[in-house]
Design a protein around this ligand. Structure first.
Ligand SMILES: CC(C)(COP(=O)(O)OP(=O)(O)OC[C@H]1O[C@@H](n2cnc3c(N)ncnc32)[C@H](O)[C@@H]1OP(=O)(O)O)[C@@H](O)C(=O)NCCC(=O)NCCS
Length: 428
């Protein structure tokens, strides 16, 4: 990590302070190489005063234990039938995993407590089959969890739950995490599993609104692994139940948890309950994010590099596109009042690569076009080396020549080696 990355992280600290994140870790992740590092990363989140609840799965440990004990079990991750032997083994496995987590958290000086905050009832007879010791989470002891969280303790939630008569049931860990996240109105429910969800499977950069995720699931349900369908289903229900974000990340990848939380683009799949999207005027505090966005594009020679001073002086002419208070696009509108009153220039149109092809570039282009028209300009220029086809095909621009440029711009153009294509949009 570069020291300058800290600036990016600072933006999240006030946003997440005292928010609750519910994490649900699959047993395959806890059995893997990254388990220790993952627990250490929890101390980063705690140091930012993020309240954490940690749910966990046990299937991998349950199967190992059953193998060692020579038992034949019927574990279906708390969804199918749980017979008495499976329940007894599940209780042992839950104790084993809980202990492992307590050890890891102790090593990071993080106080934690295994709880009985999940109250369950029997799943009962489904399609004619008695599910025996499989339970459904009936309610969450909100007071108990809030109390622990208020004291800085991380509640641990095993996938076993209890009823009022003191009986134990095996419950599904995805469902348990969902119940807790909605009861606590968590800011995030994060499933830490062995895949990045549906990221990279022809989807919109792994970030979905509830509507998009619902449509995606309806189209692709039969092609996806059942475990992933469960995570998406539960994530969607969480978002519909008041949780702001549900994430699916690959806990076998190093740093996945922090990379997902502390970057706009993330590394997994995210479903967001409410989208805050807006184009607004740039403010001085946007300067670092603008510099980053423009700097990345300038490195690829897509646009001209901008110095900090130049950019700071021009902030009043810039507009930014925000998603969920993160800056993902920008555009500038340059005027030439002293030399060419009717002409303005659209400049520095950049969309973060993770957010491309979502219509943001077009919206920013349209926005600036409207602003130029409102200001009484007759034409809008754009100069581009790599995106000229975008302006021609998506923005109604036509090819122009140097004679379309105001004198000072022509001078700069001729002095530059970039040989950008000149595009003109008539605003009449
Ligand atoms: C050009 C840019 C702003 C487009 O942003 P975007 O948010 O991805 O654009 P949209 O989602 O609104 O539009 C996507 C459409 O434009 C097309 N498109 C994107 N970049 C293009 C390019 N360089 N040339 C031609 N077409 C392009 C896409 O293929 C897509 O077409 P489709 O709708 O027919 O599938 C973005 O790619 C970018 O930041 N590029 C680098 C900076 C740059 O060159 N800026 C222009 C100089 S000021």
């Amino acid at each position: 990590m570069k020291p300058s990355d800290l600036r990016g992280i600072l933006g999240y600290t006030t946003r997440f302070r005292d928010q609750t994140f519910v994490l649900a870790v699959d047993s395959a992740v806890l059995a893997g190489d990254q388990a220790g590092a993952l627990l250490t990363d929890l101390s980063v989140l705690r140091s930012l005063n993020i309240r954490l609840v940690l749910g966990f799965g046990i299937s991998r440990f349950l199967r190992d234990l059953a193998g060692r004990l020579g038992l034949s079990i019927s574990d279906d991750q708390g969804m199918g039938v749980t017979d008495a032997d499976t329940l007894a083994t599940a209780v042992l496995a839950a104790g084993q995993v809980g202990n492992r987590l307590l050890e890891g958290l102790s090593a990071s000086d993080l106080p934690a407590a295994v709880t009985n905050a999940l109250v369950a009832h029997p799943a009962g007879i489904l399609s004619g089959t008695d599910h025996e010791w499989t339970g459904r989470v009936e309610r969450v002891d909100h007071g108990l969890l809030a109390d622990l969280l208020g004291r800085g303790v991380i509640p641990l939630l095993p996938p076993v739950a209890y009823d009022g008569a003191g009986r134990t049931y095996r419950v599904n860990s995805d469902q348990a995490a969902l119940a807790v996240a909605t009861a606590l109105k968590a800011a995030k429910l994060i499933y830490i599993t062995t895949s990045r969800g549906v990221r990279g499977a022809g989807t919109l950069s792994g970030q979905f609104s509830v509507e998009e995720a619902t449509a995606y699931l309806a189209r692709h349900r039969s092609e996806l692994a059942p475990d992933l369908v469960s995570k998406l289903d539960h994530g969607l229900r969480a978002c519909r139940g008041g949780v702001a974000r549900a994430h699916i990340i690959n806990g076998l990848e190093p740093n996945a948890l922090l990379d997902e939380i502390f970057s706009n683009e993330g590394v997994g799949t995210m479903i967001y309950a409410n989208e805050y999207m807006a184009i607004r005027k740039a403010r001085p505090r946007d300067l670092p994010a603008l510099q980053r966005l423009i700097g990345e594009s300038a490195e690829l020679e897509q646009i001209l590099p901008r110095g900090r001073e130049d950019l700071a002086a021009r902030m009043a002419d810039f507009f930014v596109y925000e998603i969920d208070r993160n800056l993902v696009g920008c555009v500038g509108l340059r005027r030439y009042p002293d030399e060419a009153d009717g002409v303005a220039e659209l400049e520095c149109l950049v969309v973060a690569s993770a957010h491309e092809n979502q219509g943001i570039g077009r919206r920013l282009m349209q926005f600036v076009e409207n602003a130029a028209r409102e200001q009484g300009h007759k034409s809008l220029l754009a100069l581009s080396t790599q995106a000229f086809a975008f302006f021609l095909q998506k923005g109604g621009f036509r090819e122009g020549t140097v004679s379309d440029l105001p004198p000072s711009r022509r001078e700069a153009y001729e002095a530059s080696q970039r040989r950008s294509r000149i595009l003109v949009r008539d605003l009449g």
